[in-house]
Ligand binder design. Structure first.
Ligand code: TMP
Length: 236
């Protein structure tokens, strides 16, 4: 697999072409941002941890029947993935109230809700990724009804699989954000990453936050939390 030209640089990853037109290489950075890029920093070895954690979880999901972009991990920070066009939606699944939902609905963080909440944000940095519903999504042409039905069913299945898997590691899955992409033949698959950058993980015994909220909120021991997640998931 030959790494070709850089196609894109995002806040946390770079994407490269390869000599196979259907494959890309993603390269995870240590850069961390929050609040739509307003807060900036680095988290030592975050790129390595997120690469490995995301691949580990995507392999588990793939085995359980969720199609993902994962192909092969080729280095500490680099992974071969299927080429997709990202569907411009942040798909958020919430089990326990936290973050922006707590603020919006006045529910204290940690409030158990009666049922799982599924939200969509329209991916547009200039607009600050606004919350949208299915009517907005169809009106914008971001996804079709069929695609969104599939995305919703995958998101809820992923939530169940991740929640059960993490429970055994004493990690409570509070909420998470995922993204989907479409391959050239129109197949919808899970893309982007699943990592402490994109999930809220609370220690189920102590309640300690083991995710990017430590960076967003200046809680300290950010690196330690990322390392702890890698240790629990990968045993190292
Ligand atoms: P929120 O409560 O800030 O809306 O975040 C919900 C979930 O989405 C949380 O697990 C963190 C994740 N997230 C991202 O992955 N990227 C983002 O840009 C934001 C705002 C949240």
């Amino acid at each position: 697999m030959k790494k070709g030209a850089q196609l894109y640089e995002g806040k946390a990853k770079k994407v490269f072409a390869t000599d196979d037109p259907q494959l890309y290489i993603v390269d995870y950075k240590d850069d961390a941002t929050a609040f739509n890029g307003v807060k900036k920093g680095t988290i030592h070895d975050k790129g390595i941890i997120n690469n490995r954690v995301s691949n580990h979880l995507m392999k588990m999901l793939e085995k359980a029947g969720v199609p993902t972009h994962y192909v092969e991990e080729i280095s500490d920070r680099e992974t071969v993935v299927k080429k997709v066009k990202i569907i411009p939606l942040e798909v958020i699944v919430r089990n326990i109230a936290a973050g922006s939902l707590s603020k919006r609905l006045g529910l204290p963080e940690g409030t158990k809700m009666r049922s799982t909440v599924l939200e969509y944000c329209y991916k547009d940095d200039a607009l600050g990724d606004p919350l949208v519903n299915d009517y907005h999504i169809f009106a914008l042409g971001a996804a079709t009804r069929e695609e969104l039905d599939l995305i919703a069913s995958y998101a809820l299945k992923i939530n169940q699989l991740l929640t059960d898997y993490l429970k055994d590691l004493n990690i409570e899955l509070i909420d998470f954000k995922i993204e989907f992409g479409k391959t050239d033949d129109g197949t919808v698959i899970l893309a982007d990453e699943i990592s402490p950058d994109t999930c809220r993980f609370w220690d189920s015994v102590t309640g300690e936050k083991l995710d990017k909220d430590r960076f967003r909120r200046d809680l300290g021991n950010v690196e330690g939390a990322y390392q702890e997640i890698m240790k629990r998931l990968l045993g190292e």
